[in-house]
Design a protein around this ligand. Structure first.
Ligand SMILES: *Cc1c(COP(=O)(O)O)cnc(C)c1O
Length: 411
């Protein structure tokens, strides 16, 4: 049985319509006419639920937002033009000069440079920790800490966080836990584990076919009786809680980030993403199984592969217990040197050499010469980037074909 059986029903039923055009309609208009002044006023004060202007929300993107919010049990979602736009939107809706971020785990290159190069220009600093440095993480929390940021799977170091325990640390301290769940949609449900905000690049496995750049932020409901957002740490959110109740984080994100930064999702890309998400449970189910087959097959033949399904991986137990539905499409191979890695990649007949992940096709990339080329040696070491490291994102091919091709390329 497909391990994501529930989502199979949910996605196809919420993408297609029962009357008229079955496939979602693309609303291409940037602006929307209000008809009369009173309706216009109502749209601006929020009492009339109609589109205002596409930067603030588009009906096609709103359908995708609803699907993603349901997927994670959130109160709502805000679409964005890319995964980095989603991270930027979520962070900028909560941060101001002087604030601090705690970042845990192996980090996507763009997020790492956002935290180390871009945010410091605005007086926002980030400290970085490995997933298992729990005491140090607790000690690093100050009055200025606004976000604890976590990637559900270390990319490309393949280390797995104990999300529940980290969520408890964040919740005990009254700090927001934001999880980048790009690699593990469906497999991991961050909000159910205690996170507050989930960010996605929908460009990857959610759309699955390299056809549309996109991102989204899913927010949990504000609990109106007692909520960490009511503390003075999140003072700027208070007026949204007062006006919008459980939807406060959506209004906060739209007013304090989307309106002024304008990283809005495009209707056409949201449409393509919905076509992709219909088959996400099927693709995810097949790929997490293929990843294990391929990793075991290559490991048995002596390749230096890294994935927590292997008993030798330090987080193997955590993988079995907390990641029972897999940890996404990635694994890595260390070929020892750059030359050997290049020879492997150039000899493979099936791997597509590209920086993307989560595609229907198997993708692969040499890390040190590409995404991490501008990083100094200590940073590369922290992120687990060795000279011969290749990241592989497994696709829908027959896994035995990939094993045969990779063994041949490694000869
Ligand atoms: C790709 C990726 C991003 C950024 O997404 P874009 O759509 O390329 O902007 C963020 N986080 C992770 C984990 C990613 O893999």
């Amino acid at each position: 049985m497909n391990r994501f059986e529930n989502f199979c029903t949910q996605f196809v039923q919420s993408v297609g319509k029962k009357e008229g055009a079955v496939s979602p309609s693309i609303v291409g208009s940037a602006s929307f006419a209000y008809g009369d002044c009173e309706t216009g006023e109502g749209i601006f004060d929020g009492s009339v639920k109609k589109p205002l202007y596409s930067r603030m929300g588009n009906p096609t993107s709103a359908q995708l937002e609803g699907i993603l919010a349901n997927m994670d049990g959130g109160v709502g979602a805000v679409g964005a033009s890319s995964g980095m736009a989603a991270t930027t939107l979520a962070c900028m809706s909560l941060l101001k000069t002087g604030d601090e971020i705690i970042s845990i785990g192996g980090l996507f290159g763009g997020t790492y440079s956002f935290f180390t190069e871009t945010l410091p220009r605005f007086g926002i600093t980030t400290s970085f920790f490995d997933v298992d440095e729990l005491e140090a993480i607790k000690n690093a929390i100050t009055d200025k800490t606004k976000i604890i940021f976590l990637e559900s799977v270390g990319n490309p170091n393949m280390r797995l966080p104990d999300i529940k325990t980290i969520a408890k640390i964040a919740n005990d301290a009254g700090v927001v836990l934001m999880v980048d769940n790009t690699i593990t949609p469906l497999s991991i449900a961050p909000l159910a584990l205690g996170a507050d905000i989930v960010v996605y690049s929908t460009t990857k496995i959610i759309s699955g076919n390299a056809a549309a750049l996109g991102g989204a932020v899913v927010f949990r409901a504000i609990n109106e009786d007692e909520d960490k957002f009511k503390s003075s740490r999140y003072e700027e959110v208070h007026k949204f809680i007062k006006n919008m109740g459980k939807m406060a984080l959506i209004a906060n994100a739209k007013k304090r980030a989307m309106r002024d930064f304008g990283m809005s999702a495009s209707a056409y890309n949201s449409y393509l993403t919905m076509l992709g998400i219909e088959t996400l449970p099927l693709r995810m189910d097949r790929i997490v199984e293929s990843v294990e087959k391929i990793v075991r097959g290559l490991n048995e033949r002596g390749l230096h592969v890294n994935h927590p399904c292997l008993a030798s991986h330090p987080h193997h137990e955590r993988y079995l217990n907390d990641f029972a539905n897999g940890c996404g499409t990635l694994f890595t191979i260390d070929m020892g040197t750059k030359e050997k890695a290049y020879k492997f990649l150039n000899s493979s007949k099936l791997a597509t050499i590209t920086a993307n992940i989560g595609d229907s096709r198997t993708l692969a990339l040499h890390m040190a010469s590409t995404i991490y080329r501008d990083f100094d040696a200590p940073t590369r070491e922290f992120l687990g980037i060795t000279d011969g490291l290749i990241r592989v994102s497994v696709g829908l091919e027959n896994p035995q074909d990939i094993i045969d091709d990779f063994l041949n390329a490694a000869k």
